[in-house]
Design a protein around this ligand. Sequence first.
Ligand SMILES: [Ca+2]
Length: 553
Amino acid sequence: MSKGKANRRAAWVTGHPAPAWIAVAVAIAALGVAKCPRSDAAERDRATPKRPNVLFVYCDDHAYQAISAYQSVSAYGLNLNQTPNIDRLAREGMRFDNCYVTNSICGPCRAVVQTGKYSHLNGFCCNGNRFDGTQQTFPKLLQKGGYQTAVIGKWHLGEHMTPQGYDYSEVLIGQGPYYNPPMLRNGERVPHTGYTTTIITDLALGWLQNQRDPEKPFMLMYQHKAPHRCWEPGPQWLTLYDDVTIPEPDTLFDDYSGRGTPAHTQDMSIEKTMTDRDLKLVPPRNLTPEQLEAWNRAYEPKNEAFRKANLQGKDLVRWKYQRYMKDYLRCIAAVDDNLGRVLAYLDETGLAENTVVIYTSDQSFYLGEHGWFDKRWMYQESLRTPFIVRWPGVIRPGSTNADIVSNLDFAETFLDVAGVEVPDDMQGRSLVSLFQGRTPADWRKSFYYQYYEYPAVHSVRRHYGVTDARYKLIHFYPNEWDPDPSDEWELYDLGSDPKEMKSVYGDPRYGAVQKRLEGELARLRRELKVPEQDPPASVRRPRAKRPAAKRKR
Ligand SMILES: [Ca+2]
């Protein structure tokens, strides 16, 4: 994909309407020069417009459907929860309605953000791969460009790995627990006691307050574990939503009759896949006595009522849905409340006016749509991720954008914001012109997706596909470990079927659409250098399924 020269240059230098702070800085500079030809360092500093800071708020599995600012974007439009602090960013910034991930699974998404490259080129195709930290990444380039870089929270690109390209890192080890997480501080293991979402926020605020170099612009990745499975709420949020009923998606009891084999053979349903731990019928294993007491006080009465009710069939699925959703939304409430603390800090210190704040998630998640939890599919709930950006003076408050953008574009965007050249081998494109409300005429009109992690947990078949935001063509393909060697295609019309309930692949009425998308798919695979054979990193030996006895209800 060609990138315009302008897109590689500094956003704050090239062309977008000058933010108010630049005008102020220029005026101060003019005064300073008039009074004293040899201005001292402080005056020089004041005279030079400072490059923007970047605060990247990254959650894990946060569904766009569970952000109130995105309620109208979801095909279901359910009023699931309120997220006032995330909504504030949307109100003061830009909400992207078609931000797609290239491979909807945790580690691979993170590797795409680091590199600006698809999984087949950055080498991280499946969870369990280890990220090659020696390769080119955007934080390394920002460091060279004079930025101070830090990552705090979830890393998930290698179990005991010190992130490369960061002046400071304090990261969870692997997935990390919801309570009392040991973390790696610049490679040294340190214990923590408390709730992980709050601890990560405390660490991020501590870094901003005490370790940030005020002489340099910063890029801080503030990355939550929440709301990843098993959705364990923190002490303050344990009983939130106890007195409400969460609305159900009308596809909760989907029978997959309009789709091919893969939807029938997955293992990610609320009905069959959730464990006792997912459902909080047993407490987490690593709580302190005080934490356990609070936990049991919140859950035991509810669990006792559940056991007595002896629910069956759809009633049992409905109960599981309520339990799942309330815990999931409780984890998000903690994220949103803690984000409020960070936004308040930016306001109090004046950092807000020169800091680009991004709120996004590694990918989105199923909240009962099609009867599912988890992600992986190219279907809408896991292809699209929330992406909100606030940049005072550049982004018009309360704006929305429907262009196809991607986590593939984040690295390029951060470099462009910082005025650092974007390397040619990155595969995305800076979003800065979109921030300014100007979409280039040659912006992408279609998007390539590929998921590799099969056979594996949740049994979602390998697939790749293309979408133009209206239509979606998906190819489920076999590999050497595949117990089912079938080769199937699906085609969806999101205009008439936004919930993707019926594939129209092979329907003569969609012949022209199908042919166009097949051509587009071939073109994108060629341009993106997708190999014919899946990369070695994607080939995993099949793991034995968990014994049925432990798979609860
Ligand atoms: Ca994830």
